[in-house]
Structure formats: structure tokens, C-alpha cells
Design a protein around this ligand. Sequence first.
Ligand code: HEM
Length: 454
Amino acid sequence: MSFAGKNVDEPLRSRPRGPKGGLILGVMPEFNRDSLAFIMRCREYGDVVQTRFLYVTAYFLYHPDDIEYVLSTNARNFLKSMSLRSNFFQRLVGNGLVTSEGDFWRRQRRLAQPAFHRQRISAYGEVMVEYTNRALESWQAGETRDIHQDMMRLALQIVVKTLFNADVSQDADAVGQILSKIVKPFSSQATLKWILDNRLPTPGHRTFHRQAAEIDKVVYKIIAERRANNRDQGDLLSMLLQAQDEDGTQMSDKQLRDEVMTLFLAGHETTALAVSWAWYLLANHPECERQFHREVDEVLSSRLPSVSDLPKLKYTEAIAKEALRLYPPAYGIGRQAVQDCEIGGYRVPAGSQVFMFPWATHRDPRFFSEPDSFRPERWTEEFVGQLPKYAYFPFGGGPRACIGNYFAMMEIVLLLATIGQRYRLLLAPNQSVRLYPAMSLRPRDGIKVILYPR
Ligand code: HEM
């Protein structure tokens, strides 16, 4: 299979094609009606599409070469997009790793990186399996469960335990529930209601800030406990607690809170979604499910999985990759151009918002045959070798790539294997699983499954 390249001989043009939308709101109403469909429709204009939300000019990029240019080659010319600088988002994650910029971000990334090295993360595998196994104790054959809710709860417990070595299982449900409510305003950031709620003391605004304060309470509690016992537990929070500036100053509680909150948010919902969508896809593809069970049984017999099994759980890993392709939790990634630049033969002025969509590029027939089909077997070494690097970017790329990439892949595979060893998950009848593109790509009303013992 050969991949389509860009036509580099095209002359530089000043304005890409794209939907203009209404006089005042631009494409905002169309986008809000069904953002995923809108993103796919826009692809028909070309690889670089120009459009407008209210007064904001936006470029949509669909080609891996242009995505690589923004995320990697010319990353220094781009800041995170303006949506991440909204009051709402700032209130939640402050100046943590996802939102910070420049030297401050570089320093925080340097400090946090060692906690995410493969070796350290391997130690977390045991926790992942143990917590999954513990959750399974309350599952009953034949019952109907919302697997999305279950995976959210489990992933939250895991991120808290592995990164902060704190066991907040009692608080986890409360935090999870508040978080699921609190992300609602992010379902669509391009509505007038959102813009007003973001800036004015509307009821929506007040609810958001009350909920944010509730979460803060839990987070500050964890920080205070750790400061009090002052032991190096070798986890991320220990490293951040000990980290010092050149002048010897340490992070304030507020800075620590921002990083903790960032990892809370970035580290559990995305992973939980990936596992949930994998269960959904497996339930819809019995042949893949059978192959998955065969692999799990062969590799593990009846013992629990561990990190050393990961290299052998190849098909399970391919299921994870294919689920991340079809339902990328981070379905859109945004940047803002600092200086004028040229993307895909077009001049992009400073200040423009630039968006890239794993949702669309992962489904591009130029790079994936039968792009809408769930085919884990496509992930051969040969296929990966041919695939343009940024045709598949569920974890972003370049300097701002996901710091939790290996952590997440390990968690997805271990959770699938631990649960798949015990149960088949069949979709409960009479439900339509609908997509809800909020801050990440969620199922709107959960995913109800019936448990069948294996
Ligand atoms: C399937 C699970 C996950 C997905 C799909 C995912 C996706 C992403 C993406 C696309 C980015 C880049 C955003 C951008 O360029 O604007 C990112 C950044 C980040 N992710 Fe993840 N992530 C996942 C799991 C995790 C986990 C488990 C953690 C931590 C425990 C984590 C922590 C972070 C952090 C801190 C950043 C910001 C990095 C920086 O800018 O230096 N993520 N993630």
C-alpha cells in the first residue's frame, strides 16, 4: 500500500477554502449541532480548511505533514489554543503541564518526566491489575453494568494510587461524580451560553466554581497529608514536592495542586474512555473478541496478568491501538500561531487558531484501508512502518506529546486482559450508544453491558 503525499508544487495561496457560516456567528451553530460530523464535512474542502467561529479565524488541518509541522517541526511557533485559556479551564488545572507555556512548562516537564519513565511505570502495573481484580469482586455474572462508569471509577483509583500513592477510593466516587458534572460546560465551548457562563456570574458559572472548590478540597487534602508525613514515596507527588528552583524555592501548594489536578484530569478520563470504547468495539465484533480471549487464555492460563506479559499480549495491544484510532479520547488538538507562518502552501497569520483532529485523520482512507472498520489485525509492523507518523496521533506529538502515553497503553492492555479473562461483555439490548464530544470523546449515556462468565 502506498500513502498519498502532499503536492508540494502547488503555489502559495492566501486563503484556503472552507465554510463561511453566518455573518455574526460564523460556523458556530453548525459546529454545535454535530461537531464530529462538521469536522468530517470540512475535510471535503481540502487538507487545509479555513473557517470562522464568531470573530475567531480557525484553520483545520487534515494532512499528517501539516500536523507534523505544527506539533513537531515548528512547535515553537505555536501556543496551546485559546480554549485552554478560558476561565473555566484555568480554574480547573491552573498552570499545570497541559496548559503552561514557555520556560515554566519546560521546567515542569523536566521535573515530571522521570516519574513517567518506562521503568518506574512498570511498577504501577501491579496496582492496575490489583485494583481491577478488586473491582471484579463486586461484579455478578448476568448483571447489567455501565462499563463506562466502571472504567472511570477504576481509572481514577489507579491514577490516584500510582501517582500520589494515596488511596482515595472512598473519595474517588465523589471526585468522579463532580468531575463528570464539571466537564459538562466543555461539551461545546463555542456556544453563547458557554461564553457567558465563562465570564459572567450566571447560575452555570456559580455551579462550576462551587464544584471546582469541592474538588480542590480533596486535592489539597492529599497534598497536606503528603507534606505532613514527608517521606519520599518515589511517586510523582514526592518528586514535585522535593523539586527545587535554582534559588532553592519549592513549589507552592497552589502549583502542586495545579499539577495534581492536571494529572487527575488528563490521566483518568482519557484512559477510561479508551478501555470503554474497546469493550464497545469488542462486543460488536465477536470474531475479534474470540481472538482476544484466545490470546489472553494462551498467554496467562488462569493467572493474573503482569507487566512481563505485555510483550506477549500483542493482539490485545492491537485492540487498544485500533480503539484509540476509531474513538480517540482526545479527538481534537488545538494551537494558536505566534507568528505568521505557512502551512500546506497557505499563509496563516499570527494569532490564528489551528485545529488538528485525530477523529478525522484516523479515518482518512488515504492512510487506513476500510477506515471505519474495526480491524485490530491491521496493526502489523509492516503497516506501522509505512504509516506517516502523524496519520495516527492519539497521544499528540512533538514536545507537548502526552507524558502518560506508556502509562495509558499499559493500563488499557492490563485492564482488558484482567477483565477479559473472567467475563465476556455483551451489549445490553435496546440502547443506542451515542457519542458525546465533550472535553474528550465520551459515550453520551454510558455503555450498558451484560456480564457473561467465561
Ligand atoms: C488513552 C489515554 C490518553 C490519551 C488519549 C491522551 C492524550 C493526550 C494528548 C493528545 C495530549 C497532547 C495534547 C496537546 O498536544 O495539546 C496529552 C497531553 C498530556 N497528557 Fe495525556 N492522554 C492519555 C493518558 C494520559 C495519562 C494516563 C496521563 C498521566 C497520568 C496523561 C497526562 C498528560 C499530560 C500531563 C499532558 C501534557 C503534556 C505536556 O504538555 O507536557 N495522559 N495527552
